[in-house]
Write a protein that binds this ligand. Structure first.
Ligand SMILES: [Mn+2]
Length: 265
């Protein structure tokens, strides 16, 4: 059980769809018709992948940043996690080919092709400001919240950076600000891994990760419920609890025709 008695809501993977994101939040009373915070002292967790695959990733980031500011005014809170697409966006910005920059390096070509294959939009890259970049680089990779461990990705790769939440968040931030293309690439690759809690050992794997990092339940986005369960995304209606109820998947797969689930914990 949560020690904090305020309402706790979680949503993930809005992927460039600010209007759908605002509508989903509006349906649970967290924002009003202008997409301004109306959630009073509620706490909203957004588990990453703001960009790519949808038309307006910057619009999603601007909305989350604005709600962060507004929620504080009424005793609420908005907390955002780093997704693999944020790592990709930062890598593309820093190491991708420069327009008119001549022949790109091999590293630039690799980032560029991966970004294209994963739904990257030039319009998002062009609109990234210094404020967006600083905000993205400051996002934690993991948020522990009382009983819950919030992750973007269903992977154990987080442990490559350390054995505590602080070590991991510090390591990821260092990688994203290192200026080192190898570290930036590894960050994107590791956070793209998935399915760690599936299969017969899934519960044991989840239990081990919770014993290491704390919490009694993992809540993640990233791997869409349709892919985890075989249910077509348009038929997904609710989050999926699995691995002996130690893990909750909440990404309905908006970009694949599924719902943007807003989940009360
Ligand atoms: Mn993801």
């Amino acid at each position: 059980m949560s020690l904090d008695e305020r309402r706790r809501v979680v949503v993930s993977d809005p992927h460039g769809h600010p209007d759908e994101f605002a509508a989903a939040l509006r349906s649970t009373g967290l924002v009003d018709d202008n997409a301004d915070w109306a959630g009073d002292d509620a706490r909203l967790f957004v588990l990453g992948d703001f960009l790519d695959r949808g038309p307006d990733g910057i619009g999603v980031i601007d909305l989350v940043m604005r709600l962060e500011q507004q929620a504080g005014g009424s005793g609420g809170e908005v907390k955002a996690l780093l997704g693999n697409h944020e790592a990709l966006t930062l890598g593309m910005h820093e190491f991708g080919p420069r327009p008119g920059g001549g022949r790109p390096s091999r590293a630039a070509e690799i980032f560029d092709s991966s970004w294209r294959r994963n739904g990257g939009l030039a319009s998002d890259q062009e609109r990234l400001t210094a404020v967006h970049l600083e905000w993205l680089r400051s996002l934690p990779a993991i948020i522990p919240d009382d009983d819950v461990l919030f992750l973007h990705s269903d992977t154990l790769e987080y442990l490559s950076w350390g054995a505590t939440v602080d070590e991991i968040n510090t390591g990821v931030r260092a990688a994203l600000t290192s200026g080192d293309v190898e570290q930036a690439w590894l960050c994107w690759q590791r956070l793209t891994d998935r399915y760690a809690f599936m299969g017969p050992d899934g519960a044991a794997v989840a239990r081990d990760l919770l014993a290491t990092l704390g919490g009694s339940r993992i809540v993640h986005g990233h791997s869409i419920i349709g892919d985890l369960t075989g249910v077509p995304p348009p038929d997904v209606k609710e989050p999926w609890s699995y691995a002996e109820d130690l893990v909750l998947a909440i990404d309905g797969g908006l970009y694949a025709g599924g719902p943007l689930l807003v989940v009360e914990l």
